[in-house]
Each structure stands twice: as structure tokens, then as C-alpha cells.
Design a binder for this molecule. Sequence first.
Ligand code: CAA
Length: 381
Amino acid sequence: MDFRLTEEQEMVRQMARDFAEKELAPGVAERDEKCEYPREEVKKLAELGFFGMVIPEELGGAGFDTVAYVAALEELARIDASTEIIISVHNSLVSYPLVKFGSDYIKQEFLSKLASGEWLGAFALTEPGSGSDAGAMKTRAVRDGDDWILNGSKNFITSGENCDCYLLMAVTDPQQGTKGTSAFVIPKNTPGIIPGKHEEKMGIRATDTISLTLQDARISDKNLVGKHGDGFKIALTALDSGRLGVAAQAVGIAQACIEESIKYSQERHQFGKPIGSFQAIRNKLADMTMKLNASRWLLYHAAWKKDQGERYTQQAAMAKVFCSETATFCALEAIQIHGGYGYVKEYPVERFLRDAKITEIYEGTNEVQRIVIGRALFDEM
Ligand code: CAA
């Protein structure tokens, strides 16, 4: 067993770190404050090849392995959790399932643009009435000649406004339950796809999160991903990979909490000494560091398992739960170490808490992850 990153993995991680420190750090607080989408920064990431991270080279991507991918995401999130999730959703929830299930037509027409950075992808699964119970979706696709006509609504779509296409799940055969769900790749400008309200969020405020209404949107059968009826499995396959991206986001936030807390506890003097010399503060930092290290290895192990071509559903769920709860824990402790200064916007740790909380919720709540982990113990998957 070798715990070091390979030369290539380390190079990818360093590239993301350099980019984050140079390009993301300067505006991150302002973008959070103003809920401003990182348009220029995302464009630069596209130019540098971050849109094609999980897409094989023969399909126009960079073909990084999953360990390199999560190491890069972690570095982005260490500085800017919003930008990280934009890149994670694009790669994990949209590009990866298209690599795995897309037809030659979809690979040519869509994946090539997603790989080159010309297009950004978004994932449309959740509906107002179906969140954790994703299989209860109501959006309907009805066959009409060579096309499908879609009606319904979707919500909580990360990058819903700034993207160029959606990977969208709809019911094609209501009698078949989850086996009657299909996945479609849909260009954003399709008539009948109507962007809805913007969510005003607590954290990851530089991302756009919107709802969609589908009103007689006409989509060619060529836009069907995989086979008719494969939609639910495609969504859950995408989410296994997405959960690694969320776990990486959480690890990056936790890392930032520790770094900021060490810095502050060296600068801040009380009772004639830097507060970092007090055991009470060091105990907190010790607990934060232990949890962060355990989180990172759970994440890297899950990523490694994916790279081996093994089923990693349970490992992704464990990484998602543990890393996200660590991020929230570390953010709360970072605020406590900063005292009153942790509660005001002059220091970044209050943003870290707001950003950390969503990692316990999206791409499957931690309650859903525990269902997934428990089911695997009884071989129910
Ligand atoms: N990969 C592939 N297939 C899978 C799978 C996986 N990880 N997990 C289950 N399946 C298959 C099952 O084998 C089953 O197929 P068979 O019938 O052929 O055996 C089928 O999918 C149905 O599985 P279940 O019976 O387990 O389905 P369920 O209805 O009980 O749901 C669930 C299971 C785990 C609760 C699932 O609904 C789930 O993960 N819910 C959470 C949804 C979620 O993560 N939503 C987030 C949306 S994205 C987002 O957050 C916004 C954003 O933009 C970031």
C-alpha cells in the first residue's frame, strides 16, 4: 500500500492549488457577499481543462483518474466551495454518466463540448415533491414519433442558469416504477424549458441554483441517454460519483478551517500569550486534524476503489457522510477558536460554516447515505 499521490496526481493537485490561490482567492468573499457567479474564473478553469477531468482523452478530455480528480476538487474547495461544486457537478453528475451511458451521437454532439469547456453541464433530478425519494418524480416524457414531449418541473439545479445543457430524468413509463424512468441530455435553449426562480441560499452563494418548468419541451429520441428505463440507475450512478465531489468539497473546507484557525491562534494574544499556546485551543485543533485526516483517507479510498473498476457506492456514501460532518465540525470549532471574530464577516470562518452545511444535505442527505451504507451491509444492493 502506498499512501503517496503519484507524480501525475500530485501535478493535478498542485495545478488546482495554484489556480485556486491565484484566481479564486482574491474575489471569493465578495462573490459570496453579492451572490455573484464566478463567470471569469469558471471560464479560465474551462480553458485549463478542468471541464474534461473525468472524460477519457480519446473523447477529448484530460482522462485524470478519480484520485487526481478529488485531490484537485479538494484544492478548489479549500479556497472557494462554490466554484468547486460547479466543477464537480459538471464532471461527476453530467460528464461521467455520459461517458458511461451516452451513445456515439451523444458523445459527439454533447460530450465533446463538455470536455473542451465550450459547454457547462447541470443535473436535473430533484422535483418539488421528490427529493430524498428520487424515484417519486413526476416529470413526464411521452413518445411522439421520433421525439419525446416533456412536461413537469425540476428544482435545486446547481448551475441551472449558467449551464448549456441538462442531464434530466423523467418518467417514460409510469407503470414500471423506477424502471420506467429515463435520462435525457437537453440543451438549455430548448423551447419549453423555462428557467424559474433563483434560490437565495445560506452558503455556496456564488453558485446559481434554480428551478425549471418543462412545458411541452420537444426532445429527439437521440437525446435519450442509455436505454429507455435506465434513468434511475443512471441518476444513482452519477450520484455515486457526485458524492465523491461533495466529500472532496467538505475536505477542502475542513482543511481551510484548520489553516485559518492555526493562523489566528498564532496572531491572537490573550493573557499575555498567543492563544495557540493554550491546551484548550490545541485540543480543538487536534480533534479537527484527526477528523480531517480520517475524512481524507475515506475519500481517497473510495476514489481509488472507483479507479479499480469496483463498486464503490457504500464507500462514496461513507466518505460523503464522514467528510461533510467533519467539515461542519471543523467550521464550528474554527468559529469558536476565533471567538467573536469568528462570528463576523471580517474573517472567513463564518462562510466556511455556511458552505460546509450544504455538504450534509445535497447529492443525497446524510440520512439517505446511512440508508445506502446500511443496505450494503445486508447485500441489498
Ligand atoms: N448505482 C446504480 N444503480 C443503483 C444504485 C447505484 N448506486 N443504487 C440503487 N441502484 C438500483 C437498484 O439496484 C435498483 O435496481 P433493481 O430494481 O434493478 O434492483 C434501482 O436502482 C432502485 O433502487 P432502490 O430500490 O434502492 O431505490 P429507492 O427508491 O429505494 O431509492 C435511494 C434509493 C438511495 C433512497 C435513492 O432514491 C437516493 O439516493 N435518493 C437521494 C437522491 C439524491 O441524492 N438527490 C440529490 C439530487 S442532486 C442535487 O443535490 C442537486 C445538485 O445540483 C447538486
